[in-house]
Write a protein that binds this ligand. Sequence first.
Ligand SMILES: *Cc1c(COP(=O)(O)O)cnc(C)c1O
Length: 276
Amino acid sequence: MDVLRLDLLHPVISGNKWFKLKYYLQEAVNTGKKILVTFGGAYSNHIVAAAAAAKEQGLQSAGIIRGEKGVHPSPTLMDAMGFGMELYYTTRENYKTKQIPSLLLESHDPGDLYFIPEGGYGEKGAAGAEDILDLVELSDYSHIMAAAGTGTMLAGLIRGSLDHQQVTGIPVLKNNFSLEQEIEKLLPPEKKHRFTLLYDYHFGGYAKYTRGQTVFMNEWYQRTGIPSDFVYTAKLFFAVQDLVEKKYFPGGSRLLVIHSGGLQGNRSLDKGTLIF
Ligand SMILES: *Cc1c(COP(=O)(O)O)cnc(C)c1O
């Protein structure tokens, strides 16, 4: 088993988000847009990555943030503001329907805005995620494994995978039964059946965790030296270990496991929970 350490790309703006944003940014620049707008929660890896990527491209950015403004903004939102992102807080109801806050529309020329879907879901996000596989000697592997939120990264990995490879996704949301369809929408017909989703490793659901999970994260770190985040990659690594123990993979399998980053999100855990 090899772990592709996308977490090492950058301490805060790490992982798959750079890849998923790449072609959106390119289009924003090519069409002369000035302000990147996207959606996320207070600890969203996507929000902070979008803020950083916009700044790097010389674009402005605005984040539509789920929930009321708190007394103390999260470290993630502080980072996003540090990259120059304007934040627009919105109620959970309005967030769900992806309403654009009127204040945002009033403060900018709407023609300057470039919208990126939540989590970078979409054709361009998947195309960017496909490029992740350029980093490895792909034909060495029989299986590719990754965590799935919106499934955009997984779709990219499936698109880039070779005929003999099986791609396995670990959904981090509970009861997210539309995920399979969402992923299939981003795949060409011949690849629609080349992946498996294993739904039993969500540890309670999105951004939920148990004490068992944080204990696992520390043990995994002690054993491998690899830090994980509690929302995505810890669930993935736990799943991989569990599946290996259960002999899910045939003998001789070569696993490529994608560390998709996201360590900045661990800042929402109580101090002392993790040893790294
Ligand atoms: C966003 C994220 C994912 C999920 O990516 P999707 O393309 O939404 O499935 C996985 N891992 C980490 C660390 C992330 O930040």
